[in-house]
Structure formats: C-alpha cells, structure tokens
Design a protein around this ligand. Structure first.
Ligand SMILES: Cc1ncc(COP(=O)(O)O)c(C=O)c1O
Length: 234
C-alpha cells in the first residue's frame, strides 16, 4: 500500500461510464452461427480505403521521424475549398472524437447548460459532463420521433452549447430541412450550435440538408462536423 494521498482526479470522472465502442469484426465472427457480417455500427468503409489514401499513407511513412506541419495549412486550404469556406474557418483534428473533446475543453465550464438529442452518440454527453457541464437531453416522443417542439423551446433559452447528431446515431432519425431551419431560427444568439453529421450517408438526400449549406445565411455561432470533410481529413 502506498503512503501517498490518492490522486486528485477531476470529480466528474467518477460519474462517467466507459465508452462502449461495440464489437469488433473478430468478436462478431466468433459468435455461434454467424456466417455473414455486415458491420454497419461504426460507419466503417466496407470497400476499404480509397487507393489515393493508401498511397498517401505509404508516402507519409517515410516521413514518420519528422513533425508534420502543425497547422495543417495545405489540408485546411483543400478542405476549405471543398466546403466553400475560408481556411481560417476549418479546424483539423484526429477524427471528430478528438474535435468533440477539444470543443468541450475549450468551451465548457462547470454548470454550463448543454442541450442534446437523446439517444445519441455517448461522447457528446461524456465530454460535456467531464467539464462539469449540465447536460439537458431532449428525449424522443412516445411515438419515437424527434420532439421538435421540446427542442425549439429548450434552445430558445441561453445555453453554452447545443450539440446534436444529424442524423442521430443510433436512433436513425434526422431533422429535415424545415426543422433544421426552425432550430437555427430558434437558437439563442449566445449559444454555439454544433451539428455532427457523421452518419450523413444514412439519410435520404431528398429529405436532408447539411448545416454547411445553411451556414452562409446563418448569423449565429455554428460549428459543423461534416462527413465529407471527415473523409478528407481522415
Ligand atoms: C455521431 C458520431 N460522431 C462522431 C463519431 C466519431 O467519429 P470519428 O471516427 O471521426 O472520431 C461517431 C462514432 O460512432 C458518431 O457516431
């Protein structure tokens, strides 16, 4: 037994449950009776990486002993041109989990109000809780739909952050263009709206619009995690 006092970790950590990232392909294959696997839960690419990605990674392997450009200048410029924004509007990270973590650490203080749709990606809540924020869930209606009136009422009052997946994972629901516009109109001007579009390929393009397309006409704080961009930065 050590004589030292226990490490003073953030008290918020003890209330968090470990993140469950689901089963690996090997764990699923080991289950009795499994012959064919369609692994959709983690939104991985069943066709493998694009050839250009494999080539670029192989090329980068010869530079592993060097720091890369810490500002990611060339990538920011490329992403900005793809997204129709300026390079200073682009933030790079090691995937969106990293960016969600950075966002929580940069923005949130104990007691801050964070609004999210539930059920959704657990890390949206976990990083906010880790910073001591008060997470307010907007549950689905008894019919299993997004409770838009409840969401609009909640976001009309000041909060530090509205953080939601559109489409929602794992609910498989999304705010259609009209609902997204209503959300953006109702958003309190002091609140940052962050929309995580990780699962955008699961939507019906006829009934879905990316927040990125609404950015130009939106004058309140908005941050988007767009799959198209994640693919480029990943
Ligand atoms: C809604 C949502 N956002 C982000 C992520 C994590 O994405 P990344 O692989 O870019 O860290 C997930 C992973 O399941 C997710 O469901």
């Amino acid at each position: 037994m050590s004589d030292h006092a226990p490490l003073a970790l953030r008290p918020e950590l003890s209330a968090l449950t470990p993140y469950n990232s689901g089963l690996t392909q090997e764990e699923v294959a080991a289950r009795p009776g499994v012959t064919k696997i369609a692994k959709l839960g983690s939104n991985e690419n069943p066709y493998g990486a694009a050839p250009g990605v494999t080539t670029a990674v192989a090329k980068a392997a010869s530079q592993l002993h060097l720091y890369p450009d810490p500002s990611g200048h060339d990538l920011c410029v490329a992403v900005a041109s793809l997204a129709g924004v300026t390079p200073d509007q682009v933030v790079l990270g090691d995937g969106s989990e990293d960016l969600l973590n950075v966002l929580a650490r940069a923005l949130l203080q104990p007691g801050d109000r964070v609004i999210t749709l539930y059920p959704s990606f657990p890390l949206h809540e976990d990083y906010a809780l880790m910073m001591g924020a008060a997470v307010e869930r907007i549950d689905l209606t008894p019919e299993g739909e997004i409770d838009l009136p409840a969401l609009l009422a909640a976001v009309a009052r000041p909060a530090r952050l509205i953080l939601l997946s559109n489409p929602m994972n794992p609910a498989g629901l999304w705010l259609d263009p009209a609902a997204l516009d209503q959300l953006m109109a109702a958003q309190h001007p002091e609140t940052l709206l962050c929309i995580d579009e990780a699962y955008v390929e699961y939507t019906d393009p006829a009934r879905y619009v990316s927040a990125l397309e609404r950015m130009a006409e939106h004058d309140k704080p908005l941050l988007g995690f767009c799959r198209k961009l994640r693919l480029m930065s990943g």
